[in-house]
Ligand binder design. Structure first.
Ligand code: KG4
Ligand code: ZN
Length: 356
């Protein structure tokens, strides 16, 4: 009935009605996730199945184990997302699935499932770039957020700054030249024997430490531009651990102090690079997305900087910061609305932009 009210030329409105219920699928690393999102903005369900127990004994994600587990869980996770949303598969209007970048075997599971389901249901499918998905979590979480704004992406695989405009794809302003910030958290957590997954464990240990105990370097903070670097910081932590373990194991207070000092340095870098980028781009709005955006200290320090410099900052809730499929459905909804579709020949890709 509503569709009859859409006048010719209102392609956007027609598309929004056509793509009312989108199933998102995300499997780029060690999480299998599915979600149903209405009209690109309303999360009806979001199911994330992690694999912590599987990878814990190895201290990091083992790609082959991740993809095999995804094969076992993909049907049940998608089914759970549909049930939680109260939506039958026949009611879906489209499927959005992460095509890359990420672990190729893991990606293939979600992408193959998405293709097969789209074919069976006879609905369009669109492949989504994982980073564009993370950026979409900003507006999904905060519908009052208006472009232009800067998106600071802080994940395990990437650290980058994007300029987001209303009617154009996000523009990359700068990215890390070596490690991603989440990767640095994970590697330092491993050095300190804090287990897996490293980021949350490190930030927990840091709470009882003294962040001024060691003055670690803040790479790139004085450089112009928007690039990042975290490998020098990680090496400085490794040297400090080596120095303190010369005569025996680290005491719990050493672990807490090094964790807190590392966290302070990594966050200083993120905050100062974001401040500089906002100044250089002449923009007063920032959204921080990706797994590390769940970090409490980062949220507090960025809020302090926002108050001091007079910019607005928003963070999605932690469940939308770490990998999830609602952000993939939201990003997919925009791509579908502008006419993007992919066929069954779409391939997954591990790096860069692939075919997207
Ligand atoms: O976005 P995400 O879930 O996956 C990728 O696309 O990489 O990010 C995962 C990263 C991991 O490196 C993890 O250690 C980090 O986010 N992370 C955190 C916190 N929660 C997750 N890092 C610091 N503090 C946290 N609370
Ligand atoms: Zn991610």
């Amino acid at each position: 009935m509503h569709r009859l009210q859409v006048r010719a030329g209102e392609a956007g409105a027609t598309d929004r009605l056509n793509f009312n219920l989108i199933l998102g699928i995300e499997s780029s690393c060690d999480e299998m996730a599915a979600a149903v999102v209405r009209c690109g903005t309303e999360i009806l369900s979001s199911v994330v199945q992690g694999q912590v127990e599987l990878h814990e004994p190895y201290g990091g994600v083992v790609p082959e184990l991740a993809s095999r587990d995804h094969v076992r869980s993909v049907s049940a996770v998608v089914e759970a997302a549909l049930v939680q949303a109260g939506v039958g598969s026949h009611e879906l209007s489209a499927i959005a699935v992460t095509a890359g970048p990420g672990l190729i075997g893991s990606l293939l599971v979600g992408l193959s499932f998405g293709k097969a389901l789209a074919y069976r249901l006879g609905v369009p499918m669109v492949g989504v770039h994982h980073l564009i998905g993370h950026l979409a979590s900003a507006e999904l979480a905060d519908c009052s957020l208006r472009a232009p704004y800067l998106g600071l992406l802080t994940s395990g695989g990437h650290t980058a700054l994007f300029r987001v405009e209303a009617d154009a794809p996000p523009r990359l302003l700068g990215k890390t030249r070596d490690d991603a910030v989440g990767e640095a958290f994970d590697k330092v957590a491993k050095l300190l024997g804090l287990g897996f997954p490293g980021g949350p464990a490190l930030s927990l240990a840091a709470q009882s430490g003294d962040s001024a105990a060691v003055r670690f370097p803040r790479p790139m903070v004085d450089r112009v531009g928007c690039d990042f670097s975290f490998s020098g910081l990680k090496t400085a932590v490794a040297l400090e651990v080596e120095r303190r373990t010369e005569h025996g194991a680290l005491a719990a207070s050493d672990v807490a102090d090094i964790a807190a000092s590392f966290e302070a340095a990594a966050i200083d870098v993120l905050v100062s690079r974001a401040r500089r980028a906002l100044r250089e781009e002449g923009i007063g709005r920032l959204s921080v997305v990706g797994g590390v955006a769940a970090n409490r200290r980062l949220r507090a320090e960025m809020a302090n900087a926002a108050a001091a410099d007079g910019f607005e900052v928003s963070f999605p809730p932690p469940a939308l910061c770490t990998d999830n499929a609602a952000m993939i459905a939201a990003a997919g909804s925009r791509l579908l609305a502008r006419g993007d579709r992919h066929g069954l020949d779409l391939n997954s890709f591990s790096r860069g932009s692939g075919p997207l």
